[in-house]
Design a protein around this ligand. Structure first.
Ligand code: URA
Length: 249
């Protein structure tokens, strides 16, 4: 593989920057300075350093972000900052996108990746990946409301799939969905004559929001977290995926 492609896939340098860095003698391959960024390297064997720092190569990148309020889950937006802008520059140019969307005022666990097929499989309605949210409501939620929400409610002509609701107070609790329609939880609350006042995603499949991350902070997924997503995605063959726009979150 070309050295400049390796460095750009790793989110370290663009191809133009690689050419400049190589000319300046900032790149070594197995300890030897290379002046040609178009040269070939073997990512499985060669050790590449930039300014003396060993590069960790990733074919795909997986990020956990603790989404703050006010950011949109998109790669670009004319009006509001996107979640991508919370990442350092080098991670903004490797094709990362949010794996499912959260509303602008929803907080918490957001996974970003540049592995399109994996994200597509995880978000497929056929995959039923559990997503757990902590919520607060304006009015108390009765046992009857919980029963209705769990059984499925009509949100504008769509009956929601069965879900789990665990109340931790009369106006707060957790809801776990296996689907992700647009504004689903807010619309479900409206269906039982209530209103969501706080919403935070805490899990996505087996991945749990890292409580060490402050709002707006990110980290790479661990190998275990990544493996759990890959395992989940592998349950669904690519050819069975629908071509049309998938679910929201
Ligand atoms: N349901 C919502 O209403 N909003 C979100 O951001 C996620 C789920």
């Amino acid at each position: 593989m070309r050295l400049d492609k390796y460095l750009s896939d790793a989110g370290v340098l663009t191809r133009t920057e690689s050419a400049r860095a190589a000319k300046n003698g900032q790149i070594t391959v197995n300890g030897v300075v290379t002046r040609r960024s178009s040269g070939h390297i073997d990512p499985t064997k060669d050790i590449i350093c930039y300014n003396g720092q060993k590069i960790i190569y990733r074919e795909f990148t997986y990020i956990m972000l603790n989404k703050p309020e006010g950011y949109v889950s998109a790669t670009d937006d004319k009006l509001s900052p996107t979640v991508l802008t919370l990442l350092p520059d080098e991670l903004q140019r490797i094709g990362l996108f949010p794996c499912g969307r959260l509303d602008k005022n929803t907080l918490g666990l957001m996974i970003l990746t540049n592995n399109g097929p994996l994200a597509h499989k995880l978000l497929s309605p056929k995959n039923h990946v559990d997503k757990k949210y902590r919520f607060e409501t304006k009015f108390p939620v009765s046992d009857e409301d919980v029963k209705n929400l769990e059984g499925g409610v009509d949100i504008g002509g769509y009956m929601t799939a069965p879900c789990r609701v665990e109340m931790t107070g009369e106006r707060e609790g957790y809801i776990t969905l296996t689907e992700g329609k647009y504004h689903q939880i807010k619309l479900m609350a409206i269906a039982v004559h209530n209103q969501i006042t706080y919403l935070e995603r805490v899990t996505f499949g087996e991945v749990v929001l890292d409580t060490n991350l402050a709002r707006g902070e990110w980290r790479y997924l661990t190998e275990g977290e990544q493996a759990s997503l890959e395992k989940r995605a592998s349950k669904i063959p690519a050819e069975s995926l629908e071509k049309h726009k998938g679910p929201q979150n």
